[in-house]
Design a protein around this ligand. Sequence first.
Ligand SMILES: C[S@@+](CC[C@H](N)C(=O)[O-])C[C@H]1O[C@@H](n2cnc3c(N)ncnc32)[C@H](O)[C@@H]1O
Length: 280
Amino acid sequence: MKYFKVWFTIFSAFYTLNTFAQGVLDGGDDQYKPRVGQEGKDVVWVPTTNELLAIMLKTAKVNSNDLVYDLGSGDGRIAIAAAKDFGARAVGIEFNPAMAELAQRNVNRSGVGDRVKIINGDIFVEDFSKASVVTMYLLPELNIALRPTILKMKPGTRVTSHAFNMGDWDADIEIDSPAKAYYWVVPAQVQGEWLISGMEPSRTILKLSQYFQKIGGSIQIGNDSQPLLNPKLDGSTLSFTYLDRDKSSHFVMLTVDNNEIKGIYKSRSYNDNKITGKRL
Ligand SMILES: C[S@@+](CC[C@H](N)C(=O)[O-])C[C@H]1O[C@@H](n2cnc3c(N)ncnc32)[C@H](O)[C@@H]1O
């Protein structure tokens, strides 16, 4: 923690010099002027530049169907941009009461008060499970502490973090410019064995291994087991190809819903066949 405070202090000094020139630090008002690098409960305040936050929200494909939560929302700029520029609803959670009040005034001044709410609270206490998109600019150990909660969110929830990754949960996309940021999609829990119906006359078992969004496995049709080729998991959408005994290629795409799975496979005649399955 100490190391990152030092890191943040150095970064903040650089950032202050750099961004004053760009005029992007106009987050304060006549009632409260936050200072870049000022103490926060678990992490100091350093705002994300408007350029980077726009790229983060664009990468997450934020749109009018989304509910965006910014964890540790500072002056509210990410929540405001999500509503104003991407049409989403947004909630910012900020521990510092003066900062939360400033953010709420910024929300009102931006004319998005009907779609953005600032909660003065702790990200480790407040419930953000309804978010379809989570944004954050925290610290590596805070990302890791939040990771189990994030992984329990609805599969397909998009997450983007300025500067810091999620340890061994590799990002789906890395943003390198104008600064480092990461993007993930919360994967469904698919590990285990699934009994598939509608695919082949013989009993079909799909066996899946999983490490976050990375999956592997095999498909057993009767006594014949084939490895999954190019297996992918994107939220709750699972896809792969396999070769049957005659070396014909079949493409399978399935949607996972807890213990049930359904979708299509393309047979040799390239027709879409409906298939269903359940966890064994
Ligand atoms: C690095 S700043 C990021 C601000 C904003 N998300 C952005 O990117 O511009 C982190 C913010 O988190 C707030 N914070 C620190 N610990 C917190 C906690 N436990 N709960 C809520 N907010 C917290 C700080 O006060 C600060 O405003």
